[in-house]
Ligand binder design. Sequence first.
Ligand code: ZN
Length: 342
Amino acid sequence: MPIQWERYPKVARFLDPRHDHAPAEIACEVRRDPLTGRSGRVAHVLGFHLAPVDFGPMIEETRSGCPFCPDRVLQVTPLFPESVVATGRIRRGEAVVFPNLAPYDEHSAVVAMTTEHYVPIEGFSVAQLSDAFGAALEFFHIVSRQPRTPYALAFWNYLPASGGTQIHPHLQIAATDTPGNTLEQELQASRRYADAEGHSFWSELIQAERRAGERFLAHGSHTAWMTDFVSQSLLADILVIFPERRSLLELSQEALDEFYRGLTQVLAGLRSTGVYSFNLAWYSATPDRDDFWLHARLSPRVYMAPRVWGTDVSALQMLYREHFMVQTPEDAAQALRPSLHL
Ligand SMILES: [Zn+2]
């Protein structure tokens, strides 16, 4: 069965105090993710304004004690045991990989990505991304020889609105046998789909999104870019799919270079729409999973109400796991498409 874009319009009715309590109708929409069935909404569209946030004072205040700045990173960060990384840390260009002082798993590390304490969202060079992700991949290759490390988790929390606790650009990486709920659900759903349909959901998704056109951003030689039909960000997520690749460790240098190039362009595009913070996560399976294609999700993060540090995650997302978008992914794609030239 072809992919279904399930959307259910809903209408809220009230007497509007802004118009002398005249009857008003406000539309919202419930959507279902075509792979997992996860629901989400287009809602709260009226009244949302992406207010700028001045991170300047915070950037300066955190500079002097920053553990990832070049004058401190080699003094205050842990070393890998010699049996894991003989030189203690992995270094590549500006990037330094070291064990996470507050680990999430048996093999849990941090990549300090740059020598600069602060890099604007649109300011990352392809070389910086290449060194940072390349160093992360080196870590994954090294720990893949250890037991209980089939899944590579690599994620980026950029600036505090994303949950990041350091201004200094850094990646979190972990090799694990428990890949987290989202990846587990996607793996199960991908297998169910492939068993029922006889082909990969991900191949079908790219074709369906290309045909629909509304959310599709670009297709390169190694990657397909689109906004997600049921995004987890208020402002629509960007999905990057690597056709016929299952694991991060399978990517060619050409595929990685295309990703870095696209990522710098998307970040610049997001900046031009006022976005200042994001989460990025890779979903990497094991090489035996022909039903699953490697992908990354970039989720813009903002303060819903910066004046009171109101975040964009409330009980609705946190406890009901129900995300809503104040901007449709279709509108987000239209705004981003001109930025992306793979
Ligand atoms: Zn720093």
